[in-house]
Design a binder for this molecule. Structure first.
Ligand SMILES: C[S@@+](CC[C@H](N)C(=O)[O-])C[C@H]1O[C@@H](n2cnc3c(N)ncnc32)[C@H](O)[C@@H]1O
Length: 272
């Protein structure tokens, strides 16, 4: 079987739909079809993906500059367009990064991208099973949990719509982190439906993920997002629309007029 016909049968995944929105090349026909369905209902979807990835870059740069040397990136997608290892190691060459994703193809593409970098690795894992991720031999080898770690949960918790499961998993990861660790989080906003598309269209966008991928999606309110931070101290400016988190001159400008249209909440907190 040739590679192309094999790929043409792959079902869509959230990782590769996102890659398509970022302008990446790590996606297949089913991903592009699903992305087109989402974009038809929510034309801002590609700009939302880019604004989110720009926040991830700014956040990681901030964390590395603050002295963080270890990064556990859950739901990492593919480290293209300024991946975490690139950004972190530019600031701190000794920074170590573990990428974790539920999509095995995203993981194999990630391993190709980081090939030759002995301070970055990628594993196939489900963040809904924190113990399995934390005990994974590659995670144990790369990260020292006696030292602070930055836990990155960027645009991924909306793929865990069940509240008990989502808050429970974050709690379990947090419990494994040393004092002074950080939580970087971005999350699809429930309030987004009020400012961008009708709530029917919002539901339809969610239904594309429900029907076409193995990871159903659902937004949360700002208060719901704040709950993930628990007793962490939020770094300025707190939980804000994603383009508002410490913007930089070379950021995308799509939502300059109305940051609410990004439909994504973002924040970084320092754990006690
Ligand atoms: C929108 S992408 C975000 C990628 C990256 N974190 C970023 O913000 O640029 C969401 C990623 O989460 C992954 N994902 C969804 N559910 C997951 C789970 N339960 N465990 C691990 N990864 C998951 C998807 O495969 C996808 O790669």
């Amino acid at each position: 079987m040739d590679v192309d016909s094999d790929r043409s049968r792959k079902p869509a995944t959230a990782a590769r739909i996102y890659d398509f929105f970022l302008g990446g090349v790590h996606n297949f026909p089913a991903d592009r079809e699903a992305a087109a369905q989402v974009a038809a209902m929510m034309p801002t979807a590609p700009a939302m993906a880019k604004a989110n990835r720009a926040f991830l870059r700014r956040g990681v740069r901030y964390l590395a500059a603050s002295g963080v040397r270890q990064f556990l990136d859950l739901g990492s997608g593919m480290p293209t367009q300024g991946g975490v290892h690139q950004v972190a190691q530019e600031v701190r060459p000794d920074a170590r990064v573990v990428y974790v994703d539920i999509d095995p193809i995203a993981v194999s593409e990630s391993l190709e991208i980081i090939d030759g970098n002995d301070r970055a690795t990628a594993i196939n894992g489900d963040m809904r099973q924190p113990r399995a991720v934390l005990d994974h031999p590659q995670v144990r080898k790369m990260l020292d949990f006696d030292e602070p770690v930055a836990l990155l949960l960027c645009a991924v918790l909306h793929f865990v719509p069940d509240d008990d499961q989502a808050y429970g998993l974050v709690e379990e990861f947090r419990a494994a982190l040393a004092p002074g660790s950080h939580l970087l989080l971005s999350h699809g906003a429930n309030e987004g439906a009020e400012v961008t598309v009708s709530s029917t269209q919002h539901d339809e966008v969610q239904s594309v993920y429900d029907r076409r991928t193995a990871t159903p999606a659902g937004g949360r309110t700002r208060d719901g997002v704040a709950r993930f931070f628990g007793d962490a101290t939020l770094v300025d400016p707190g939980i804000v629309w994603v383009p508002q988190w410490r913007p930089e001159p070379d950021d995308p400008t799509d939502f300059a007029d109305d940051p609410r249209l990004s439909c994504i909440w973002a924040g970084i907190g320092r754990l006690p």
